[in-house]
Design a protein around this ligand. Structure first.
Ligand code: SF4
Ligand code: SF4
Length: 170
C-alpha cells in the first residue's frame, strides 16, 4: 500500500515538473527546425557570382548516382547566348525524388561544385510527374545586379569550364 502511494506521488511529481518546463514540440510549419551543417536536403544548382550557371552539363553526377535519379542533357552555347562558362551547358537537368536516397554522391562527383544538397527538407508530391524536379526549379535565383542566364558576354572570356575568377569556389 505504502509503495503504491509512493509511486503515485512520484508520478504526480513528474507531471507537476513537466507543467513548468518549456515545451520541446516545434510548431511546424510556422516554426522550422534548424538542421545540422551535414544535413542533405533538396538539391540546388548553383551560380557563379556573375550569374552564370556552374553546371557545364558533363553528366558526372548522373554517372555517380547509385539510384539513377539524375538526367542531364547538354548543349553547345555561344558568347551571345551563354548559360555557363566553357563549351557546353545543361539544357536539361532533372532529378527524380522518388529515386533519390540523398547520399550526396552527385555533389562529390561534380567538378564545378554546381550541384549542392542544401537544407530544404520540404518535399512532397501528389503524383509521379511532380516528383521529377526540373532545372527551372533546381536552379538558384540570380542575385542583383547580375543578369539571369542566358547572358550575352564578351567574346573569348569564358573558354574554360571552371572560369578564372578571384574565387571560383564562391
Ligand atoms: S543524392 Fe545520391 S541518390 Fe540523390 S541524386 Fe545525388 S547521387 Fe543520386
Ligand atoms: S551538376 Fe556538376 S556533375 Fe552534374 S552535369 Fe552539372 S557540372 Fe556535371
Amino acid at each position: 500500500m505504502a509503495n503504491g502511494v509512493y509511486e503515485m506521488m512520484r508520478g504526480l511529481w513528474q507531471t507537476f515538473k513537466s507543467a513548468w518546463t518549456k515545451p520541446i514540440t516545434i510548431q511546424y510549419p510556422e516554426e522550422k527546425r534548424m538542421v545540422s551543417k551535414r544535413f542533405r536536403g533538396r538539391h540546388v544548382l548553383k551560380r557563379y557570382n556573375n550569374g552564370l550557371e556552374k553546371c557545364i552539363g558533363c553528366s558526372l553526377c548522373a554517372a555517380a548516382c547509385p539510384a539513377d535519379a539524375i538526367f542531364v542533357e547538354s548543349s553547345e552555347q555561344t558568347d551571345d547566348i551563354r548559360f555557363s562558362p566553357g563549351e557546353r551547358y545543361a539544357s536539361t537537368y532533372e532529378i527524380n525524388y522518388l529515386r533519390c536516397i540523398f547520399c550526396g554522391l552527385c555533389e562529390d562527383a561534380c567538378p564545378t561544385e554546381a550541384i549542392i544538397l542544401e537544407d530544404n527538407y520540404e518535399l512532397s508530391f501528389e503524383n509521379r510527374e511532380s516528383a521529377i524536379y526540373t532545372k527551372d526549379f533546381l536552379l538558384e535565383a540570380v542575385t542583383e545586379p547580375n543578369q539571369p542566364t542566358p547572358q550575352k558576354v564578351q567574346p573569348g572570356v569564358y573558354t574554360r569550364s571552371v572560369p578564372v575568377m578571384q574565387d571560383p569556389g564562391e
